[in-house]
Design a protein around this ligand. Structure first.
Ligand code: FE2
Ligand code: FE2
Length: 355
């Protein structure tokens, strides 16, 4: 199996990272706004429900609608002179502290990092919006089309909520990281509904739920916390759609087809994990005198690297992939050696398939 983004890989001790350093290439990737995608469209004349569990999820989606403009309290201030998030979960703030920088600098670093992470979630929301629009075409059952359509409006609301939060309260929408742009394009370009659903609903939305859960619990600002809480409620439903769809696909797949899906899922997450936080560090590190590769080298060499690194993976995406039978003994070792899978971790839950 070929690794993705091979040309930007370099060895840091035992860990192979993906590191983009050519500004021109990064600018070119970001300027690539038009992406050719193979699209199949399926009509169906069966308007009745064929997959009851998807129809139930669609009903839950209808009941769970909210309005980003009126249901969030936009009068809540976000004070950049305070820690907006627990500095213990901000890599930039931690490194600034280690370097002996004053508290004001640590606060500014934590604020910048939160803005960066929320910006990446925002760009991911746009990808989810577009991918679910594709699913309304490529899925062949009416239940799937209805559910995908309901997710389109959820994703539009998430874009609205995050872009308003960042523009009104944080000030800067940071550009998409090059690794994320490439991987999201791979999902949008995928030629089957199965790969699109596995890639977006199971992998990326599972990761997003893990990251949002961490940001929400560590946030020190009510509006940030409430916004993420609202989005997360919807995302849990989206991840559940991934499980319900993929459960049927995996059940009917041949061993060869299942191995292909398993390898594909691994290659996407391996590339995401190989970047660590280098795209963020390359953009924001220099402002704080931080050397991105040194910091990453330090992190991947920590004795508890696997425990720390696996937190967002073990939250939802790994439990759901295991539930689907898409992490098996055949691939267990690879996941473990990349620090994406640990045997046990407090708080590991996964999203119940019926939520
Ligand atoms: Fe979303
Ligand atoms: Fe979503």
């Amino acid at each position: 199996m070929d690794k993705l983004i091979q040309e930007h890989r370099k060895q840091l001790g035992n860990f192979e990272v993906i590191d983009f350093v050519d500004e021109k290439e990064i600018a070119r990737l970001r300027a690539q706004l038009d992406v050719k995608v193979p699209m199949e469209l399926h009509w169906t004349w069966n308007y009745g429900s064929e997959v009851a569990e998807l129809r139930n999820l669609y009903e839950k989606g209808k009941q769970g609608q909210w309005n980003a403009e009126v249901d969030l309290d936009w009068s809540t201030p976000v004070d950049r002179s305070e820690f907006v998030i627990n500095p213990a979960v901000s890599m930039l703030a931690q490194v600034c502290q280690l370097m002996g920088k004053d508290e004001a600098t640590q606060k500014a670093a934590a604020f910048d990092e939160l803005s960066y992470v929320l910006s990446q979630l925002l760009h991911g929301e746009q990808a989810a919006l577009q991918l679910c629009g594709q699913l309304t075409n490529v899925c062949d059952k009416m239940d799937e089309k209805w559910y995908a359509a309901s997710q389109v409006i959820d994703e539009a609301r998430h874009i609205e909520a995050f872009s308003k939060l960042i523009e009104r309260k944080l000030g800067t929408i940071y550009p998409i990281g090059p690794t994320l742009k490439i991987l999201l394009d791979i999902l949008l370009e995928a030629d089957t509904a199965q790969k699109k659903t596995l890639g977006m609903q199971t992998l990326f939305e599972g990761m997003a739920v893990g990251i949002m859960d961490m940001l929400r619990t560590e946030s020190r600002n009510k509006l940030v916390e409430e916004t993420i809480y609202r989005v997360e409620q919807d995302e849990a439903r989206h991840a559940a759609f991934g499980v319900l769809m993929m459960r049927r696909v995996v059940r009917e797949a041949t061993t060869e087809e299942r191995n292909e899906l398993e390898d594909w899922a691994y290659s996407i997450l391996e590339a995401l994990n190989a970047n660590q936080q280098l795209d963020m560090l390359n953009l924001l590190g220099p402002k704080y005198g931080i050397d991105p590769l040194n910091v990453t080298q330090m992190f991947v060499s920590l004795p508890n690297f696997a425990d720390l690194n696996s937190i967002p993976y073990m939250h939802t995406v790994v439990p759901n992939l295991r539930r689907l039978g898409l992490i098996t003994e055949r691939t267990d070792g690879r996941w473990r050696s990349h620090g994406m899978l640990v045997e046990s971790q407090p708080g590991v839950k996964g999203v119940p398939a019926t939520s």
